[in-house]
Ligand binder design. Sequence first.
Ligand code: NAD
Length: 352
Amino acid sequence: MTLNFSYQPHSTRVVFAPGASAGVAKWVEALGCRRALVLTTPQQAADGEALAQRLGGLAAGTFAGATMHTPIDVTERALARAAELEADCVVSLGGGSTTGLGKAMAYRTDIPQVVVPTTYAGSEVTPILGQTEGGIKTTVLSPKIVPEVVIYDPELTLGLPVHMSVTSGLNAIAHAAEGLYANDRNPITTMMAVEGMRAICAALPVIVKTPRDADARAKALYGAWLCGTVLGQTTMSLHHKICHTLGGSFDTPHAETHAVMLPHTIGFNAAAVPELLAPIGDIFGGTPGRALYDFAKSVGSPLALRDFGLTETDLDRAAEIATRNPYANPRPFDVKSIRALLQKAWSGERPP
Ligand code: NAD
């Protein structure tokens, strides 16, 4: 093995403990801030209000308008609210959508972010921001986007519905799986990818049976942190590109799309780099694509794109969009091979 790599960790403070979210105030103060704006989705508004109550005098107010794909008009409204309240930091409480809103605000104003994740999406540890305007989703990368503090409190995930836990967990596994063959991977990202997948593989079956199992919840969130860190430190390939296309152009649900596509994209790439994807076979048992499919099925994941209302005609356009611009992938592909792969994912076939 030739060791030849570059390694650039991000400077985020990561705090992980059951009950850690009780210490948000301490971290707001540690950043030198006095007026936090608490961000949530409308669905988590009550949790945001409760957090603001606990922050007491350190809370400037709340904004409960975060939504999927970070629309620019929502960011503008949140920035106006921050200005009106003279907020000097944001506390983002929620999944990737809420984290995305805080990152979009930081990208524009450099406002410090404390993120308290409640799903396994992993956005909190990446310098990546995806945002939409007029139905077009674009991605930007900047050190300004990286949150200053991330507080992982597994107790906040005890109530994450089982279906979302499963699809969000598979979303996290997708980051690690593509990290295994990324051109800019390094020994640390590979270690994190393997450890992250192992943790989520152990946790999800327990969560499905006993959703409030504290150990399994902690293990899943720990795995999500590791897998998200891999996403933030490596460049993703075919799998993320296809999911980005399906979500961005056909409005398919984010985590579910990752869950359905993962066995197919990894099965496709395993033909080119079996040795790099071997850890997946070791962890999940079997050839990579099939092992991920069987695991997804065993934890009750959706398995077919057609269940999201996609038509076979949509697949033609998706294959064309996903192959329009070149990007690195271990196995060469063209419109025809991607169209065939999408067909299998559409009908929910078990990969070879
Ligand atoms: P989400 O944040 O949209 O959450 C889905 C729903 O679940 C929301 O209504 C949310 O309020 C609710 N929810 C979250 N946690 C909950 C909990 N513990 N209990 C009950 N309800 C809860 O979903 P997501 O999958 O976490 O994030 C998806 C978004 O994140 C997408 O827009 C995606 O593009 C983005 N993302 C970005 C990156 C990145 O690095 N930029 C990485 C991963 C995901």
